[in-house]
Design a protein around this ligand. Structure first.
Ligand code: MLT
Length: 302
């Protein structure tokens, strides 16, 4: 990632770059600033030299923020910089859960050498029939940069969008259109919506927030999307909900879910922010934050 535009931003300022990937704490010993994407930093010693860590991404759960605070190390993230990349994958996830695109593609691959594949397809395609997302109710839990972009995009596709976020009013939500209905409670989202997508950070208070009780309040045949963090969903309760038909599909970006191969689960390997544009945006924002801190002592996310 750091071979993009951001390397120039660093070099322009005469800062030295060490870019050989993370191996152990020695890798960053002597550095003032650390730029990191997904490497888990919890088990590493933080050298005295480090004054600032910037995470190229929204979540900071791979960084020991408490320990950093105790040591006076400033931690930045890059809120919003990859939001469009994630939003687009969430939309794709909603469509994949509604139309059996994957099943259809696999069928053609299997049968492609058959003569008269057109005729065969006519007979077979009933099994791939799906439903449309227009006029369906979408519930968005968390209206930060990603949640609010998903809200606007889904509304423009004709979905009826409900948003819930305990920290902001709908009017204050970033770039949020008037077509979004603000739910006063999670229960309203659970009981009303055909599709539910989660966009909250992983905190002690949000861990396993989608649990047996939450599933119990949802409509039968709901589609649940989780492109935020795997641990937001209680896996045992999820399996029960899938097996009983409460959840029709679970679409997630976390292959490390132990239940990833279960019937009804569509999973991608954490690809939400893996676009050229999002990687570049995150890297540039992270570098600018670090540079501004090292040069001017400013502590602010861009
Ligand atoms: C995020 O927290 O924004 C994502 O985990 C970014 C990433 O995929 O690296």
């Amino acid at each position: 990632m750091f071979q993009y535009h951001c390397l120039n931003l660093i070099a322009q300022k005469g800062l030295d770059i060490f870019d050989e990937g993370y191996k152990n704490s020695d890798t960053i010993d002597g550095s003032q600033a650390v730029l990191v994407r997904s490497a888990k930093m919890h088990d590493m010693e933080l050298p005295e030299s480090v004054a600032v860590i910037a995470r190229a991404g929204a979540g900071v759960n791979n960084i020991p923020v408490k320990e950093c605070a105790e040591k006076g190390i400033v931690v930045f993230n890059t809120p919003g910089a990859n939001a469009n990349g994630v939003k687009e994958l969430v939309l794709a996830g909603m469509l994949l859960a509604s139309r059996d695109i994957v099943g259809g593609i696999e069928w053609v691959q299997r049968e492609k050498d058959q003569e008269d594949i057109d005729k065969l397809a006519e007979k077979q395609k009933k099994q791939f029939a799906g439903c449309e997302i227009m006029d369906k109710k979408l519930g968005i839990i968390g209206l930060g940069a990603i949640g609010s972009m998903v809200a606007n995009a889904a509304a423009s596709l004709g979905m009826e969008v409900y948003g819930y976020d305990p920290y902001i009013s709908i009017d204050a939500a970033w770039n949020l259109s008037r077509t979004i209905k603000h739910s006063k409670s999670l229960d309203e989202i659970y009981s009303k919506c055909d599709y539910i997508t989660v966009h909250v950070p992983l905190l002690d208070s949000t861990k396993k927030m989608i649990n047996k009780e939450a599933f119990g309040k949802m409509k039968d045949g709901v589609v649940l999307l989780n492109f935020a963090r795997d641990l937001l969903v209680d896996e045992e309760a999820l399996i029960e909900a899938l097996d009983s038909g409460k959840v029709k599909k679970y679409v997630t970006d976390f292959a490390n879910h132990t239940v990833a191969g279960h019937e009804g689960i569509l999973v991608t390997p954490h690809l939400g922010a893996s676009t050229e544009e999002s990687e570049e945006n995150c890297a540039v924002m992270a570098v600018k934050e670090v540079r501004d801190f090292l040069e001017n002592g400013n502590i602010k996310n861009s």
